[in-house]
Design a protein around this ligand. Structure first.
Ligand SMILES: [Zn+2]
Length: 419
């Protein structure tokens, strides 16, 4: 199959200038050529006229949870919810996501086999946590470890989260995720907002335990992403060789320099504060947070300032989970407007396109989609793209309105067309 997209105003994912009058030649599922010269339409099975509208690479959300289990859910319910969640993400314009942990194997397989609709998935599979860490999902202190070493929590039993303590256990846990095809390893390196028994200020995993995950990952050509908020967690993670910081709200000047030096990616996930503002806009009282949470959210302005000042590797991530989508279906695309506000439209759009391409390079032979480039539109890219109404390079928030997504293409397949 040969497809042509003609008369496009192209943002290629890297250059902050549109290329007007672009013709995008698609062969199979790949972009074969992009030219500003006229192309004869005769040899194509399908011609799509962008009508001078902006074409951008399919967006990449580098922090979602497709199969994040909720309290009292069985694992099979989680999967069914995840299927709906996957389609929602694709229709939000995200043709690729990095899954930051959960029950995702079957959802990813179903998408890749064409049984269900959804983005490409870079899976972490189970996130790895210490006992009493952010991933210790036992809902009650009455939930004990059973004789077989397993826990009674359904998420732990289903492998959406894995508890591992000590160098050897973390090494094994990381290798188990690689066995499932993890494209990167996710660990919990500090306290979290939503978990029950770990104060948010806690540092999780010793440097040696972190190194176990890094060694397992790097021997398989890939890297570790870590959930963390606090300064000490970030210092430790940087020393251990972790390449992607998730959240990282307590960033300060010293850490910003380390992040720059070590070429660490930063995925800020602005969702907690943005949700709070959303709740307030509906006249609801914002939900009560764990002690210490406010201090973390209050440091976001400094985090923003330092990311811009040191031009850090910012990637777009939303921590979009299904239960949030239930109360606010637009949370994922809303965060594009949040990125515009915090980092400006150009940096924001780059974080969801070209920067994601850079991040994906870290997965080398664990990349589940090695045949094409993701996050950029050039020769050899996957035919993953959006035709949009508006000017996202100068106003990223146009992408926060689904109505502005006129066409969504993934793998040369059209999933929405209102042109
Ligand atoms: Zn997350």
């Amino acid at each position: 199959m040969k497809k042509l997209i003609k008369n496009a105003r192209l943002f290629d994912g890297r250059n902050f200038e549109y290329k007007d009058h672009s013709q995008i030649v698609i062969e199979g599922n790949l972009v074969r050529e992009i030219t500003q010269n006229p192309v004869s339409e005769e040899n194509f099975d399908e011609v799509i006229n962008a009508g001078g509208r902006v074409v951008v690479p399919g967006l990449v959300d580098s922090h979602v949870h497709l199969g994040g289990q909720q309290k009292d859910q069985r694992w099979d319910e989680t999967v069914v919810h995840g299927v709906a969640h996957a389609e929602r993400m694709l229709l939000n314009g995200f043709t690729t996501v990095r899954d930051a942990g959960g029950i995702v194997y079957g959802i990813k397989a179903g998408i890749d086999e064409g049984r269900i609709k959804g983005p490409r998935v870079f899976p972490s599979h189970g996130y790895i946590s210490q006992t009493c860490g952010h991933g210790d999902k036992r809902e009650s202190r009455a939930h004990v470890r059973l004789g077989d070493g397993q826990y009674t929590s359904p998420e732990l039993r289903a492998g959406g989260t894995v508890i591992a303590d000590g160098y050897d256990e973390v090494l094994r846990a990381a290798r188990e995720q690689l066995f499932l095809g993890a494209s990167q390893i996710k660990i919990m390196a500090g306290g979290g907002m939503s978990s029950k028994y770990d104060p948010i200020q806690t540092i999780q995993y010793t440097e040696q335990e972190m190194r176990a995950a890094v060694e397992a990952a790097s021997d398989y050509g890939t890297y570790v992403m870590a959930h963390l908020y606090t300064k000490e967690s970030m210092h430790r993670a940087a020393r251990a060789g972790i390449r992607s910081f998730e959240h990282g709200q307590m960033l300060d000047e010293e850490l910003a320099k380390i992040v720059k030096d070590k070429d660490i990616f930063l995925c800020v996930c602005p969702q907690p504060k943005a949700d709070e503002e959303y709740e307030r806009s509906l006249g609801h009282a914002p939900k009560k947070r764990k002690p210490g949470a406010q201090e973390i959210l209050d440091n976001e302005d400094l985090q923003t300032e330092l990311i811009v000042k040191y031009d850090l590797n910012l990637v777009f991530g939303t921590d979009y989970v299904e239960f949030i989508a239930d109360s606010n279906p637009n949370a994922q695309i809303r965060d594009l407007a949040v990125y515009e506000k915090r980092f400006g439209s150009q940096r924001g759009l780059f974080s969801a396109t070209g920067a994601a391409n850079d991040l994906i390079k870290l997965t080398t032979y664990q990349n589940p989609y090695p045949e094409g480039k993701i996050g950029v539109l050039e020769e050899g890219s996957f035919a993953d793209l959006l035709i949009v109404e508006g000017d996202p390079l100068n106003k990223l928030s146009v992408l926060s309105d689904r109505a502005n997504l006129k066409l969504i293409m993934k793998d040369a397949e059209v999933y929405k067309n209102t042109l």
